[in-house]
Design a protein around this ligand. Structure first.
Ligand code: BGC
Length: 415
């Protein structure tokens, strides 16, 4: 029996749980981790869009960047027979749930709206399972960005860094100017987000071999030792209170000029915009030095869990998510770029325009890769193994050589 059917029977047998009864047929209960200011503003765009179509919104936020906590809640809800109707998900997590045969089929709406023709193939790899559409992509984010305070950069010489050596020189100058050079939050997913970019800065081939192909020699070799050496160098530029800090609080340090830069995915732009800042004037967005021309991406998608009576609202939500006007309005606020190839960049700011151009060019050039930190390079077990080693090393628990060896061992153990 399909898990959805089991879930429905459990709910019926229990006389329906309060969470189920309070969700009317035309409502969607949405599980997500968009709780920071910029994220909530983007979520509002979706909420309002659905409300105009008569679809009510029942909010189920689970704080925690990167979505690990949200995925734990999801597992508990499904196990309890009380799955939310729509769930924000990343890459391989979608595939894992699709393998459990619990996701609603979105083929009808996909056919009506011609998703096959407009959704980039790199995204379709996760939105489709066995040829069926099982998730609606709302955006494309990328992780190899650096967000720099314009005034801090001006005080540090004014030139945005283009190579690793230039990056270190700018960080040194910011340190000499008495600010925290690198705003960072010490949480495994944030450490891993920087790691994505540092691995990519060693070359496309190396990123592919180590993060996508999970090649043991690449994971443990000299280039990986160099990656950890760079991580150790970056670690020397964070402040003493970095441990456990949320990513948006690190963004705030840059926004307020207390720190020079943050290495973070483009959801960080949502925070700068929410604070009334303008790209080029108050802050700069650059690709992590040494990764120009390449992109490590992740795409937020909404997967629907089949509950009796929810199909109509779910189909409406899926259609709304992929509509070109919504894709523009939402992504302008979120910091990401559209999950369709045919959306104009007219409404986007300079960072958004660059994001769209970079994505298209990287896709053409074969330099578009799934982000390890955000679930698009390998399944959760591998991602978590990488998180553990990267975080242990970042906190001084492993030497650079030990970390490279341990990385290969940890990945090997879960393959
Ligand atoms: C998601 C973004 C989100 C970020 C921080 C990423 O995994 O793709 O949408 O803003 O985590 O919460």
């Amino acid at each position: 029996m399909r898990l959805t059917t089991i879930a429905a029977s459990i709910a019926l047998a229990a006389g329906m749980s309060s969470a189920v009864t309070s969700t009317m047929a035309a409502d969607v209960e949405v599980l997500h981790w968009w709780t920071a200011g910029g994220e909530a503003a983007a979520l509002d765009v979706l909420k309002q869009d659905l409300e105009t179509q008569g679809v009510g919104w029942k909010d189920m936020p689970v704080a925690g960047g990167g979505g690990e906590a949200a995925m734990t809640t999801l597992r508990a809800r499904v196990t309890a027979g009380n799955a939310p109707t729509a769930v924000q998900m990343l890459g391989f997590d979608i595939t894992d749930w699709a393998n459990e045969d619990v996701l609603a089929n979105l083929n009808d709406v996909a056919a009506t709206e011609n998703w096959d023709a407009v959704v980039p193939t790199a995204l379709q790899a996760f939105s489709k399972h066995d040829g069926n559409w099982i998730a609606a992509p709302v955006n494309v984010h990328s992780t190899n960005w650096v967000w720099i305070s314009k005034s801090a950069l001006d005080a540090a010489g004014g030139k945005a860094p283009e190579s690793w050596e230039e990056l270190v020189a700018v960080l040194d100058a910011m340190k000499a100017n008495g600010i925290t050079p690198l705003a960072h939050g010490g949480q495994p997913w944030q450490d891993a987000t920087i790691f994505d970019a540092v691995v990519l800065s060693m070359g496309n081939e190396f990123y592919k071999q180590s993060m996508i192909d999970l090649d043991m020699d690449a994971l443990s070799g000299e280039e990986m030792v160099e990656v950890f050496k760079r991580m150790e160098t970056l670690r020397s530029y964070v402040d003493d209170n970095f441990s456990g800090r949320d990513w948006n609080l690190a963004s705030a340090m840059v926004i307020e000029g207390k720190a020079g830069m943050q290495m973070m995915g483009d959801w960080a732009k949502g925070e700068f915009l929410k604070a009334g800042q303008t790209p080029g004037e108050d802050f700069l967005c650059i690709r992590f030095p040494g990764t120009q021309g390449s992109v490590t991406f992740n795409s937020d998608q909404f997967a629907m869990f089949g509950q009796e009576g929810d199909a109509d609202a779910q189909q409406k939500m899926a259609a709304a998510i992929l509509s070109p006007t919504f894709q523009s309005a939402f992504n302008v606020v979120k910091g990401s770029v559209p999950a369709r190839t045919d959306v104009s960049d007219a409404e986007f700011d300079d960072c958004g325009k660059k994001g769209m151009k970079d994505l298209a060019e990287a896709n053409e050039a074969g330099s578009l890769f799934g982000s390890m930190a955000h679930g698009h390079a390998a399944p959760a077990a591998v991602k978590n193994a990488v998180y553990d080693v990267v975080t242990q090393h970042f906190n001084g628990g492993l030497s650079n050589e030990e970390a490279a060896e341990e990385l290969a061992n940890a990945v090997d153990a879960v393959l």
